[in-house]
Design a protein around this ligand. Structure first.
Ligand SMILES: Cc1cc2nc3c(=O)[nH]c(=O)nc-3n(C[C@H](O)[C@H](O)[C@H](O)COP(=O)(O)O)c2cc1C
Length: 238
């Protein structure tokens, strides 16, 4: 079984204490803190480098299930196969890094910027962030998630990091098959529309968690992988 190193354990600690924060101190963060956030944005890695995307910061969003926060990240992307998975992967790096710095965050799947932002790409979704009212963290035992046996087969220490990933409406519409030190990743087949978009973003988020606890992360679509009924194969984490 693959072992997770000490450095990766620090990432696991961040993963196992994060939570969605829905109550914020509406005071804007200081300029130095915002500079820090811009630096985090500049350093994220995409899952698919050939898909154009952008991450911008705004203080106003609108949409279904929107929440009040001092700041929001706006994720835009070119419309292409893998775009939603890519944004999930990119955004979750920011979610974890902001959480590790003690800020609150919350993905907002139905939110859009209130004003037209400067990106020529269409907005996909947003993420609230700022200083949380109350702790931005929780303990591992407070997570409400499906058991590993329901969302995976095979054995790999990294699967727990995927299990703890956030998902739209906590649907956890994913499946993982661990074999030969690799993890095949699947998202639930859903009808077109909002739920399909969420399922694709969600698997990108879970793949980000796997990347964070992998000593050497690789991701590729392989031939001859096992099929999982009711699910679509997305790719394999090495
Ligand atoms: C893609 C995505 C979209 C989400 N959209 C919303 C939203 O619009 N409003 C909201 O309050 N929470 C939203 N959430 C947060 C989820 O409800 C939350 O992640 C899930 O219930 C698990 O809880 P946790 O993040 O505290 O672990 C979203 C999460 C994801 C991953």
């Amino acid at each position: 079984m693959r072992m997770v190193t000490t450095m990766k354990n620090e990432m696991f600690e961040t993963i196992s204490q994060r939570k969605s924060v829905r109550k914020y101190n509406l005071e804007p963060l200081k300029e130095e803190a915002m500079e820090n956030v811009r630096e985090l944005i500049a350093n994220v890695k995409p899952l698919y480098p050939d898909i154009a995307y952008s991450v911008a910061i705004t203080d106003k969003t609108k949409g279904m299930f929107n929440i009040k926060a001092p700041h929001y990240l706006i994720f835009t992307s070119e419309e292409k196969k893998g775009a939603a998975e890519n944004i999930g992967f990119v955004g979750q790096q920011l979610d974890l890094k902001l959480s590790a710095k003690g800020y609150g965050t919350c993905w907002l799947g139905g939110s859009k910027p209130q004003d037209k932002d400067s990106s020529p790409l269409p907005p996909m979704l947003c993420m609230a962030f700022g200083e949380s009212v109350g702790s931005p963290h929780r303990t591992h035992s407070e997570f409400k998630r499906k058991p590993l046996a329901e969302i995976s087969s095979g054995t790999d220490e990294r699967l727990e990091a995927a299990r703890l990933a956030p998902s739209g409406m906590n649907q956890q519409n994913w499946f993982f098959i661990a074999e030969n030190n690799q993890i095949h990743c699947y998202r639930k087949k859903t009808k077109l529309g909002f739920t399909a978009k969420l399922a694709a973003i969600d698997i990108g988020i879970a793949i980000c968690h796997l990347a964070m606890v992998s000593d050497e992360f690789s991701f590729s679509a392989q031939e001859n992988v096992p099929q999982k009924k009711g699910f679509v194969y997305v790719g394999t984490v090495g």
